[in-house]
Design a protein around this ligand. Structure first.
Ligand code: 26Q
Length: 817
């Protein structure tokens, strides 16, 4: 097999200019004179794409020929964002492409902005999957990402009269140059129907599932190119299509609309991403989505395996399937069905193969986010898989009783069926027992998994849980999003860090070099000015780039405590007004993030941030010493502008509740100082940065649990702290919402009467730490030295390191690049 271009392509500006114009002419039918910026964007993407394809075909052929073990990363979400800049940068084409376009008066930066932001995910979990895909390609691990090709990704957020409004997102409207539809790569997916048995003398009973409905899963492939173009993998997303586009009999009988009903129902499966990241949707369509992409991916994996292997007995030697949370956990039952019912493997062998193949990553311990499904619904939609789950359960429970003396409560704790809440299937338990490895995403989170949600399963299988602390790709989150800092680092320590990000440590001594610190600060200043321009553009608010930029961007959730941050803003506002004689440090508090559409409290917090911002920003008594802004529609592209522009990164979740966090890593890598709790990966950031270089405050996870057990409320703390009391009184009495004074009384009552998220309990420590940061800002040499050390010491938090650990400890695949 040969690719068309057997000679390496030339990567100079002349060649690229020629190729881009060729695409403009022959793929888009435009002359250079008539081309709009959009046409240049398409043409550039197509020209760059050809180079990716060269490497993609080579990588795929190599993996096939070598029979290499492959990683299959199953995830409901891939929050990939824009791909053009990533591709150009990883191929080393930034210079020549810019120059090629400049010859036609076109700016690459503007071209890049036209690409839609692919938001096929909610937040951290989906972005982690995207960083992992990029790292697997960069480290040279043959891998497939498997997921869903949502027609509508995560909603677009607008703020109308202060409130979040959700608008449909339409990333595919103008086509997608990165994807290849593979009509020939399609599989039938069944739902509902009946299971019948076939008895043959002398043989085990065979089970045959006859689904009542069938839809077609069609593959759409996107190449993922690694650093320096050394290796490319495939992101394979499934789209749902009807088996029969129209029901001809129905159509011919005159029911033209009825003829399309089936087809619409099929396509509905991959139409929309569920926009909730912290509680269960509980809807049938969601379960259909989960099974649809799980079954399609497994059928594809089995098909590929059987093209080069005689049986499925050695499946686990050739593939590792990583379950990104429980969303694909039904795969455990579906693989058993495919092995036993379809490929006639005996049950015990199938179970051994299944466990050896799967591994599972947990991303949350929040009880309301643990996935369970009513047995009735499961049985109706997936009758054979339900039987298999019962059979697995019986075996697990038998083993627990026999080998570990489990009884009574311990047995119901590990059961795959929750009998206490109207019989529900527990997806976490299924993923756990069906895997040889179960991992948490930070050291603290992994320990809490062992103690809480998976305590009993951990006693039963004490070797199974391990930690894999998250990471972020330094290509997107430093090299591409912060070219100013990247250039400065190159001047200082050379280019080695581009290939091995842990070389950033060579910057560490430069924290003591005044000249370097000043240049570092100048880069930060320029990045802040770029963000100012965005804010001016989007919000018509002007902010001062010499103030501290104190930023909290992430999904809006009570446990992430944006409310605590807003209360601190209000308290600071009141202090500035009360004490005009004090030399306050100018600060801009920046928020962005989306609330799940059905999450009322989260939406109230957005509203409050907006109300507070309006009052503070227009109060002349504040003299611009404090500004509050909420930037709408936070997404990956906005994050790429925000991360490099922060002075302070807010990572203030109630301890024990944020599994890891990854925004914390992006900020610190770009030289922001973290104010945070001992939660998730903040704990390990403290270890790597040293305690002088991170600003930790507040209760620890154990203390939170203890206070909760003892029926803590916020009353005591509020009484003791006049600043907090006054801020809460103002918020509750309508100072920020005079049109509807009672708007926030519920939010404030919840702190007084319960304080479940420890906002009152942590307020004083938070306030004091913020004032320490204010004081430090006055000592710029010291501040900048800490900022430099943050960049220097964050290399470990690369997703390359994380992926190498997964490869070594879970997948047993050697990196090849
Ligand atoms: C489940 C059932 C039904 C509908 C939706 C869901 C659902 C969807 C998305 C549940 C959870 C999510 C997303 C969770 C998530 O993003 N968790 C974050 O994962 C990051 C990567 O490990 C961590 O850094 C964050 O701490 C964690 O909150």
């Amino acid at each position: 097999q040969r690719t068309l271009k057997s000679e390496p392509r030339r990567n100079d500006a002349d060649t690229l200019a020629l190729e881009i114009v060729e695409k403009l002419t022959y793929s888009l039918g435009k002359t250079t004179d008539a081309a709009r910026l959009h046409d240049w964007e398409q043409a550039t993407a197509l020209a760059v794409r050809d180079r990716i394809i060269d490497q993609w075909l080579t990588s795929s052929r190599k993996a096939r020929e070598e029979g290499a073990k492959r990683v299959c990363y199953l995830s409901m979400e891939f929050l990939i964002g824009r791909l053009l800049r990533d591709a150009i940068s990883n191929l080393g084409l930034t210079e020549p492409v810019s120059e090629a376009l400049a010859r036609y008066g076109v700016e690459l930066d503007l071209v890049e902005l036209l690409e839609p932001d692919a938001a096929l995910g909610n937040g951290g979990l989906g972005r982690l999957a995207a960083c992992f895909m990029e790292s697997m390609a960069s480290v040279g691990i043959p891998a497939f990402g498997y997921g869903i090709r949502y027609v509508h990704g995560f909603f677009r957020q607008e703020i109308v009269d202060g409130a979040q409004v959700e608008l449909p997102e339409t990333w595919l409207d103008h086509g997608n140059p990165w994807e290849f539809e593979r009509r020939e790569r399609s599989f039938e997916i069944g739902f509902g129907g009946k299971v019948s048995t076939l008895e043959e003398p002398g043989k085990a009973t065979r089970y045959v599932w006859r689904p009542a409905e069938r839809v077609l899963a069609v593959a759409y492939d996107t190449p993922v190119i690694g650093w320096r173009g050394g290796h490319a993998n495939t992101l394979r997303l499934w789209g749902a299509h009807p088996l029969d586009p129209i029901l001809l009999d129905t159509f011919n009988s005159g029911d033209h609309v009825g003829a399309l009903v089936e087809s619409n129902k099929a396509e509905a499966i991959t139409r929309i991403l569920y926009p909730a990241d912290s509680h269960q949707a509980g809807q049938e369509l969601r379960l259909r989505q989960e099974f649809f992409f799980s079954s399609a991916s497994l059928q594809d994996i089995i098909r590929r395996h059987l093209t080069t292997n005689e049986s499925l007995s050695n499946l686990a030697d050739k593939v590792s399937i990583q379950l990104n949370d429980t969303h694909p956990a039904v795969s455990v039952a579906e693989l058993m069905r495919l092995l036993v019912d379809v490929h006639q493997m005996d049950w015990d062998e199938a179970w051994a193969v299944t466990r050896a193949t799967f591994s599972y990553t947990n991303h949350t311990l929040l009880p309301e986010a643990l996935e369970t499904w009513p047995v009735q619904l499961f049985e109706r939609l997936l009758p054979r898989q339900m039987q298999i789950i019962y059979a697995i359960n019986a075996e697990v429970i038998r083993g627990a009783r026999a080998e570990r003396d489990f009884s009574g409560e311990a047995v119901s704790a590990i059961s795959l069926i929750d009998e206490n809440n109207g019989r529900r299937v527990r997806m976490g338990q299924i993923a756990f027992v069906g895997s040889h490895s179960v991992n948490g995403v930070s050291g603290l989170h992994t320990e809490l998994m062992k103690e809480t949600v998976f305590g009993d399963l951990h006693r039963l299988y004490p070797e199974r849980i391990q930690n894999k602390t998250n990471g972020v790709t330094p290509r997107r989150w430093l090299l591409q999003s912060n070219p100013g800092l990247t250039g400065l680092i190159s001047e200082a320590i050379g280019d080695g860090f581009r290939d091995d990000i842990e070389k950033l440590i060579e910057l560490d001594p430069l924290a003591q070099d005044a000249g370097f610190r000043e240049r570092f600060a100048a880069v930060k200043r320029a990045n802040k000015e770029r963000l100012c321009a965005q804010i001016e553009d989007r919000l018509a608010t002007s902010i001062d780039p010499s103030a501290i930029f104190d930023i909290q961007v992430k999904r809006i959730h009570e446990y992430k405590r944006q409310f605590l941050n807003v209360i601190e803003a209000v308290a600071l506002y009141e202090q500035i007004r009360a004490h005009p004689e004090i030399d306050w440090t100018p600060r801009v508090k920046i928020f962005a993030g989306k609330a799940a559409p059905s999450y009322a409290q989260a939406k109230e917090i957005i509203r409050l941030a907006g109300d507070v911002s309006r009052v503070i920003n227009s109060d002349p008594a504040v003299r611009n010493l404090l500004k509050v802004v909420f930037i709408p529609n936070y997404n990956v592209s906005l994050a790429e502008i925000i991360m490099p522009a922060a002075d302070i990164s807010e990572q203030i979740s109630t301890a024990g509740l944020e599994a890891s966090g990854t925004g914390n890593m992006k900020f610190a890598l770009n030289g922001a100082l973290t104010i945070g709790t001992l939660d998730g990966a903040n704990v390990e950031m403290l270890e790597h940065l040293g305690e002088e270089n991170i600003f930790i405050f507040g209760l620890k996870a154990g203390e939170v649990a203890e206070l909760r057990r003892n029926g803590h409320t916020g009353r005591g703390a509020i009484e003791e702290q006049p600043l907090l009391r006054s801020a809460l009184d103002s918020i509750a009495s309508g100072v920020f919402c005079q049109d509807e004074p009672g708007r926030y009384s519920g939010l404030v009552d919840a702190i007084r009467d319960r304080d479940w998220w420890m906002i009152a309990a942590d307020f004083k420590a938070y306030w004091d730490t913020q004032r320490r940061l204010d004081a430090l800002w006055g000592d710029r040499a010291h501040w900048d030295a800490i900022a430099v050390r943050n960049t220097a010491r964050m290399g470990w938090f690369s997703s390359d390191r994380a992926i190498r650990e997964y490869a070594r400890d879970i997948w047993h695949t050697p990196p090849s690049a």
